[in-house]
Structures are given as structure tokens and as C-alpha cells.
Design a protein around this ligand. Structure first.
Ligand code: G3H
Ligand code: 13P
Ligand code: ZN
Length: 330
């Protein structure tokens, strides 16, 4: 058993309390490898932003849970070396079983998500409460989820959103004791969040997707004032990255994300954790494709992973400063 406290990591409690008070959101960026971790930590250190490093089930399969935990431990030291010891949480993204959450808690994660949103309400309550009971013994914070995002989540494909029902929230919080709650208000995972026919065109001819369900968010806020809300599927799918990918041989079609002004509005409310993965994937892929296309004789991985890391860092700094508002909050 390793406590995250010995590793210099923090849980999300204080991060979220401050975020609610300050009207901003903590960035939760997924990582699977060294370059992503370097980009996240250097962006957070340079902007003086707290940050959540997220490990998904897919990341565990790809890179190994133990190695990722050691990378996160290294991240704490790396931030100090960069001159700014930003608070760093290590979070399990979309945990689907008690055993998985327990194994992460036992090896030094400071926060876990138990995503029981695909189960019946009763089963979700039961599973979430069990994880909370175990996690809280070790001062590990727990994120639950109510409502189902459209698209792929935990290998489960949902055709439509099942929006979170505000009337269930209080009961869920009371019965489970979770520290934060992911809700479904129109975001979804991946780079194709909306079909073009769901969007309208603005004066410049740019596709504008339908707005998030801020009415649901506001109702939840009214019923549970000050309780930390989490937004998954919050990538904006930058069109310049999509264009670069397609220019250099990619084939991304109808890639549409959540407009950044909607995320800014959410960050100013009870939403205090915003999950971003796909935008980072796009930034990395665009940079790598550009090197492959423009320098075809290059075969040193550092020559394409390096620019990918730089592009990622720039993207994360932009999110922190201009979208989530978490810069200079340490
Ligand atoms: O919620 C999903 C995250 O983007 C992680 O995706 O399971 O492919 O690592 P992944
Ligand atoms: P995106 O696919 O929109 O980046 O969402 C990531 C996420 O929610 C991770 O849990
Ligand atoms: Zn998610």
C-alpha cells in the first residue's frame, strides 16, 4: 500500500473548493506516455495552475498502471525542478469496478472516478457508495457520474444523451458520499461530438453546435449549492489542428467539438473539473504528421515527438489561461 501523500500528490478536495470560490475549473488532462506528461506538467508549472493527471482504462492497458503512477510521481519532482511546485492530483478516469478503483487507491492514486452511469440507478448508488467507503479511509476523493453521454464511454456506445436528472442528484450525493459528480448536459467523448446537420452556420460560415444544457446545470447548482460538478467530453476540436491533420494526409471528417466560450461559461459555474483528451490527441497528431510530410528522411522519434510535445504544451497553456481560468491559482 502506497499513500499518494508520500508521493507529494494531492486529492481534489481543496482544489475544487478553491475552484468553486474562484469561478474557474481545474484542468484534467489524460496521459498515456512521457511526452504527454511532460507537456501537461510544464504547461501547469509555467502558468502556475493546479492540474489533474488522468489515467483511463485504455491508458492502463497501453502503458501499464505502475509505470504511469511512477511517471506521476516523477511529475511532482519535475514541477519542482521547473521552479513551481503546482498541486498535482493523480486520478483514475472512468473506473468501472470496485476492484480497479481499490487497486489504484492502493498504489498511490489520489482520486478515482467510479463510473456506474451505465448501470441502473440503484446499482450505480451501491457501487459508488462501496468505492467511497474504501477511498475515504485513505483520504482519496471520488468522482461519480449520473446521466449518460452520447457516443462511446467505457466501451459502451450510447446513441443519444441521457441528460442528468437534477431531481436524482441530491439523493445520489446523500446515499453515496461522492466528492464530485460528472453530469451529462450535451458534451460527449471524442472528436465527432455533433453531426453537421445538428449545427447552424454563423456569419463567417463556421458551424456552431447546439448549446449545452445550462438549464440542467443551473438546476443542479440550485439544488446542491457549492457541490463540485465535472464535465467530461469537453474538447473543443480546434479546426486549425483538424485542417493540419487533413492537409498532411489525415482523413478526419465532420470533427466538431464544444465551443470554448461554452466551456468558459461552465468553468465560472459549479463546474470545477473539465476533462480534455481529444484536443491533445489532435495537437500531437497534427505536429507528427507535419514532420512526417515535410521531413520524410527523418527517423529519430525525438524529431517528431518533440514538436508534438511542444504543440501539446501550447494547447494546454491556452486551455488553462483562456478557457478554464486556472492560471495563477496556486
Ligand atoms: O474518456 C475517455 C478518455 O478520452 C480516455 O480515452 O480510454 O481511449 O484512453 P481512452
Ligand atoms: P474529450 O474526448 O472531449 O477530450 O473528453 C475526454 C474525457 O472526458 C476523459 O474522461
Ligand atoms: Zn470521460
Amino acid at each position: 500500500m502506497v499513500s499518494y501523500k508520500e508521493l507529494g500528490l494531492v486529492n481534489t478536495k481543496e482544489l475544487f473548493n478553491k475552484a468553486i470560490e474562484g469561478g474557474y475549473a481545474i484542468p484534467a488532462f489524460n496521459f498515456n506516455n512521457l511526452e504527454q506528461m511532460q507537456a501537461i506538467v510544464s504547461a501547469a508549472a509555467e502558468t502556475k495552475s493546479p492540474v489533474i493527471l488522468q489515467v483511463s482504462s485504455g491508458a492502463r492497458k497501453y502503458a501499464n498502471q505502475t509505470l504511469l503512477r511512477y511517471l506521476a510521481q516523477g511529475a511532482v519532482e519535475y514541477a519542482k525542478e521547473l521552479g513551481t511546485a503546482v498541486p498535482i492530483a493523480l486520478h483514475l478516469d472512468h473506473g468501472d469496478t470496485f476492484e480497479l478503483c481499490k487497486s489504484c487507491i492502493d498504489m498511490g492514486f489520489s482520486s478515482v472516478m467510479i463510473d456506474g452511469s451505465h448501470h441502473s440507478y440503484e446499482k450505480n448508488v451501491e457501487l459508488t457508495a462501496k468505492v467511497v467507503e474504501y477511498a475515504h479511509k485513505y483520504d482519496v476523493t471520488v468522482e461519480g457520474e449520473l446521466g449518460v453521454l452520447a457516443g462511446v464511454e467505457d466501451d459502451v456506445v450510447a446513441e443519444h444523451h441521457t441528460y442528468t436528472r437534477p431531481e436524482e442528484v441530491q439523493d445520489f450525493l446523500q446515499k453515496t458520499g461522492v466528492d464530485s459528480l460528472a453530469i451529462s448536459i450535451g458534451t460527449s467523448h471524442g472528436a465527432n461530438k455533433f453531426k453537421p446537420e445538428q449545427c447552424t452556420r454563423n456569419a463567417e460560415g463556421i458551424l456552431v453546435p447546439p448549446s449545452l444544457r445550462f438549464d440542467i446545470l443551473e438546476e443542479i447548482e440550485k439544488l446542491t449549492p457549492g457541490f463540485p460538478i465535472v464535465l467530461h467530453g469537453a474538447s473543443s476540436v480546434p479546426q486549425d489542428k483538424v485542417a493540419l491533420i487533413n492537409k498532411y494526409g489525415g482523413a478526419l471528417k465532420d470533427a466538431i467539438g464544444i465551443p470554448e466560450d461554452e466551456l468558459r461559461r461552465a468553468a465560472a459555474s459549479a463546474v470545477c473539473k473539465i476533462n480534455i483528451d481529444s484536443d491533445g490527441r489532435l495537437a500531437m497528431t497534427a505536429a507528427i504528421r507535419e514532420v512526417f510530410a515535410t521531413q520524410p528522411a527523418e527517423f529519430d522519434p525525438r524529431k517528431y515527438l518533440g514538436p508534438a510535445r511542444d504543440a501539446l504544451k501550447e494547447l494546454y497553456m491556452h486551455k488553462i489561461i483562456n478557457v478554464l481560468g486556472s492560471a495563477n491559482r496556486i
